[in-house]
Design a protein around this ligand. Structure first.
Ligand code: AMP
Length: 228
């Protein structure tokens, strides 16, 4: 199964990608993560990406196409992939359609997580990632559980109110037009991104036909422990 995950910055794409890839046994391919890694490692491509990514502007389509094709051709993507952060423009979406056709692959679903701009601002400013586990916290609403994790979490350079304005403009101008593109293809599923992480996760999984494991107490009394 191949999936595209769409939504504005801060909609929860990174958070819910994890649940989807585990449930479906597919690989997450995040163009944002690949771009940040290239910038950090100062590769020739990374130096080019830096000019755009750190101001919140989109990297030019042809540069992103090359990195997506390189990644999707790797053997670990063959069972299926979830694209997080790609496509971001109609040109990218049309390029992806043609590329998948060349490899005789297709998309199974396009999931759109919908969140309004006011909520996005609240969520993004304060977002921090644990570099060890990849878990995303929010310093105010979902703070790291231990002092050790709090000391190592990293805040993305583009998660500031100032850069977010550009990122949201880019989303509304360039990425939102993908909605009719995928609606016409009959692939789009809209998911309400407001609510608790658990509630949104359940909606995301249900949209691809996965029933989340219910959090109900086990009716059986626990077996007596051999150590007590
Ligand atoms: P993200 O982590 O998806 O929010 O991406 C972070 C930044 O990487 C974006 O603001 C862009 O500068 C760049 N980027 C990620 N994916 C794309 C894409 N598909 N097209 C153009 N730029 C991208």
């Amino acid at each position: 199964m191949n999936i595209v995950l769409l939504g504005p910055p801060g909609a929860g794409k990174g958070t819910h990608a994890d649940a989807l890839t585990h449930a479906l046994g597919i690989l997450q391919v995040s163009t944002g993560d690949i771009i940040r890694a290239a910038i950090k490692n100062q590769t020739p491509r990374g130096l080019e990406f830096k000019k755009y990514a750190e101001t919140g502007a989109l990297v030019p389509d042809d540069l992103v196409h090359a990195l997506v094709e390189d990644r999707l051709r790797q053997p670990d993507c063959q069972p299926g992939f979830l694209l997080d952060g790609f496509p971001r423009t109609v040109v990218q979406a049309e390029w992806l359609d043609r590329m998948l056709e060349r490899y005789r692959r297709s998309l199974g679903h396009v999931l759109l997580i919908e969140v309004n701009d006011a909520m996005i601002l609240e969520r993004i400013v304060g977002r921090a990632t644990d570099p060890v586990t990849g878990h995303i916290y929010h310093l105010k609403f979902d703070p790291p559980p231990t002092a050790e994790i709090a000391a190592r979490v990293v805040v993305r350079k583009d998660d500031t109110a100032e850069v977010l304005i550009t990122r949201l403009q880019e989303y509304h101008e360039k990425t939102a037009p993908l909605v009719p593109h995928y609606e016409q293809a009959g692939l789009l599923r809209r998911i309400d991104g407001l609510g608790t992480v658990e509630a949104v996760r359940a909606r995301v999984l249900a949209s691809v036909g996965v029933t989340p494991e219910p959090l109900i107490p086990n009716p059986q009394p626990p077996a007596p422990s051999p150590y007590s």
